[in-house]
Design a protein around this ligand. Sequence first.
Ligand SMILES: [Zn+2]
Ligand SMILES: [Zn+2]
Length: 79
Amino acid sequence: MHPQFKCNGCKAKTEFLWLEQLDTPEGFKAYQCMSCGCVGVKNIAEALHIPDSSIDRCTKCGGWQFLGSGCHTCALIGA
Ligand SMILES: [Zn+2]
Ligand SMILES: [Zn+2]
C-alpha cells in the first residue's frame, strides 16, 4: 500500500510511486504521481494518512512538521 498525498501537479489525492533511487534530504521523498505522471519532492509529514494531531505548521517557514521532531524544511534551507 502506498501512502496518499495531494499532488503538486494535478492536485488530486493520489497514491505516489516513490522514487527510492533519487537522493532526497531527510524528511522528504521523491515521487511520481500515478495520476498525472509528474515527478516532485514531498514532505513526508504531508501524507494524508498522518493524523492532524501528530503534525503542525512550523512557526518559521509554515511547512508541515511532525510534533516534537523539528522542521525538515528549516533543516533543509539551513534556517
Ligand atoms: Zn498528479
Ligand atoms: Zn520550518
